[in-house]
Design a protein around this ligand. Structure first.
Ligand SMILES: Nc1ncnc2c1ncn2[C@@H]1O[C@H](COP(=O)(O)OP(=O)(O)OP(=O)(O)O)[C@@H](O)[C@H]1O
Length: 460
């Protein structure tokens, strides 16, 4: 029986057969389906009526599903839209998700996948009607313009099922962002599973991800479910995804595309329904160009990018972060958090924090042990800039006020040279090229900066 509360779903398809299949499936799910056979008809319905969900084919005769997505973004921005694509047409699916589709389904449409897609979409609709997520948003501390932009983007991303690549320097808060995307989305009642891909030994990776059967290899003393199935229904966060060895990248791609996993030593496959978020502090595009990251996996994971800016680009957030972190430390240590003197706060606000929020946390934790419990002063902070700055990547931030310009410039030069040497594994010829200088000039600078290593392998 349909009531006022029965969710209303708009189905848009110019193919009568598929349209009928969709309407019948929705009816069996006790949903109120309305069908449109063209882009024009769908637009008119959206303009005059309200729907909780929309399923649209890509080919609509008088236009495409992408046109409909653009129209819906204007007239019904809250309504989740999923698109039906031709088999294997990932480009279109990706484009649709960029335009705001929460998910896609490929033809031929498998009924259980279709039901799942509809349930996910209605979950988004419900999630949007209950609460504004303000409380969860507070877990990502910071109110400056950069953070506001990021939070706005996160709100939008949370409702989609699209994979998201979270970029940003170490310690900048990528995992926190991933948790927030999960907490604000329709999967929030389901597990959030985070895994650091760089921390799993290569030989254990497959069983860690996909599980194993007892006895399938030495050490497999019990059945293991694996991270994919543990995260079923929820979100799997692959941290440091660039550290995955190539053979695992192939398996990961397959699991994502087929939405199934097969545990080691098991003959059957298990269906999994999860959202994948990933992050790395490396440049994933560069990793791909260098052949260390598979191109197909890159395009599958990197549908949408969310960038977490480094702390030095949002100095305005430092005071609230300090307050938040001290409060948390106070709770953990069961003490009243100390105050921070004005001088200490301005030293913090002027420091570049190459280690980002994590470094701020460590700095404050140390200061808490060093201060008298009442007031944190600059000397409790031990900021490295006291004995020389640590210019981090990129520009902006600037010189510590107490540091002579010459020393500052020299430090930058040193850091840049070290970075180039690091990325070229101390191949000085290649490093010189990267830095746009001659080998001779690099050798001179290495001497001057006391960075030259005896017996360095390469020569001019
Ligand atoms: N905006 C923020 N508000 C509150 N705490 C934050 C914020 N950003 C980061 N943190 C804290 O800083 C620490 C580092 O954050 P997180 O682990 O999310 O960084 P990351 O970018 O994932 O680091 P890595 O690249 O090393 O994995 C965590 O303890 C986290 O709770």
């Amino acid at each position: 029986m349909m009531t006022d509360k029965t969710p209303r779903v708009l189905v848009v398809d110019d193919e009568a057969d598929l349209r009928e299949l969709l309407v019948i499936t929705l009816g069996r799910m006790k949903l109120d389906a309305t069908a449109a056979d063209s882009l024009g008809a769908a637009r008119r319905l959206l303009d005059s009526d309200r729907f909780d969900l929309c399923l649209t084919d890509m080919n609509l005769g008088d236009g495409t599903g992408l046109d409909l997505l653009r129209h819906a973004a204007q007239t019904a921005p809250e309504m989740p839209v999923a698109v039906i694509t031709a088999y294997g047409n990932m480009d279109v699916a990706t484009e649709a998700m960029k335009l705001g589709a929460y998910d896609f389904i490929a033809k031929p449409v498998a009924l259980d996948r279709l039901r799942q897609l509809i349930e996910d979409g209605l979950g988004i609709s419900r999630a949007e009607k209950t609460g504004d997520g303000g409380e969860e948003e507070d877990t990502l501390v910071g109110q400056g313009p950069a953070m506001q932009r990021l939070k706005q983007q996160i709100r939008k991303l949370a409702r989609s099922q699209a994979p998201i690549y979270i970029s940003g320097e170490s310690g900048s808060g990528k995992e926190r962002v991933a948790r927030l995307i999960h907490a604000l989305g329709p999967r929030r009642e389901k597990p959030f599973v985070a895994v650091n891909c760089g921390a799993i030994p290569s030989e254990l990776m497959e069983s860690e991800f996909f599980g194993h059967r007892k006895g399938s290899f030495t050490g497999a003393v019990e059945d293991r479910k694996g991270l994919f199935r543990e995260a079923d229904g929820g979100t799997l966060f692959l941290d440091e995804v660039a550290d995955l060895p190539l053979h695992m990248q192939v398996k990961l791609l397959r699991a994502i595309q087929e939405k199934t996993v097969r545990p080691v030593g098991e003959s059957k496959e298990f269906a999994v329904n999860l959202r994948i978020l990933c992050a790395t502090h490396r440049d994933l595009g560069e990793e791909m160009s260098a052949g260390r990251f598979r191109q197909d996996l890159y395009y599958r994971l990197n549908v949408i990018e969310a960038h977490v800016p480094p702390l030095r680009e949002r100095h305005e957030d430092i005071p609230v972060l300090v307050e938040h972190i001290l409060e948390r430390l106070g709770e953990a240590w069961e003490t009243r958090p100390p105050a921070v003197s004005e001088r200490a706060m301005s030293a913090l606000a002027g420091y570049r924090f190459p280690g980002n929020v994590r470094e701020l946390e460590n700095t404050l934790e140390r200061a808490l042990t060093l201060c008298d419990g009442e007031m944190i002063e600059p000397e409790h902070l031990h900021l490295p800039s006291d004995d020389g700055p640590q210019p981090a990547a990129g520009n902006g931030g600037g010189r510590h006020p107490q540091l002579p310009l010459e020393d500052y410039l020299q430090e930058i030069e040193k850091q840049e040279i070290l970075r180039a040497l690091d990325t070229t594994h101390w191949n000085r010829t290649a490093a010189a090229k990267k830095l746009g200088m001659t080998f001779r000039s690099l050798r001179y600078r290495l001497k001057k900066l006391e960075l030259d290593q005896d017996g360095a392998p390469d020569s001019e």
